[in-house]
Design a protein. Sequence first.
Length: 167
Amino acid sequence: MKPSNKTEAAFLAAASYAKPMTRTDVTEMVVMAKIKKGLSWPKIAKAVGQSKEWTTAALLGQMQMTKPQAETAGRLLGLPADAVLLLQQVPYKGSLPTAVPADPLIYRFYELVNVYGTTFKELIHEEFGDGIMSAIDFKMDLSREADPKGDRVKITMSGKYLPYKTY
């Protein structure tokens, strides 16, 4: 091959290389498909057979779906096969784009933990002893609470208590 042909061949090979899909790509596809199809998280959750809270977390990249769950979500959202496969993988959890969240709503949760974290810790330790509330064996419910002064966001979190062990 002439050098120009090698260069051209290398260029064509590089151009045909498809970057593998990432979990972030899947999240972006999910959000766009949800918008385009006019779906709600509760409707998607009902089809998947899980709570709206868990399903939303899974489709935003924080939980691992089973094959049937991922396939159902994939059909409903029109996702490609690679996206359905990635929904079934163990995710890298707790990933936010910045250490201190910039999004105002997420920042308020950060602020809530900064202000009330020591209170949560003291009251949990007083009631249960030295341990933690699990985010693995965990349930959450988010609902709207009517209030004449303006509707309120009600979040109920329930995590299994896990005592620290001595050894």
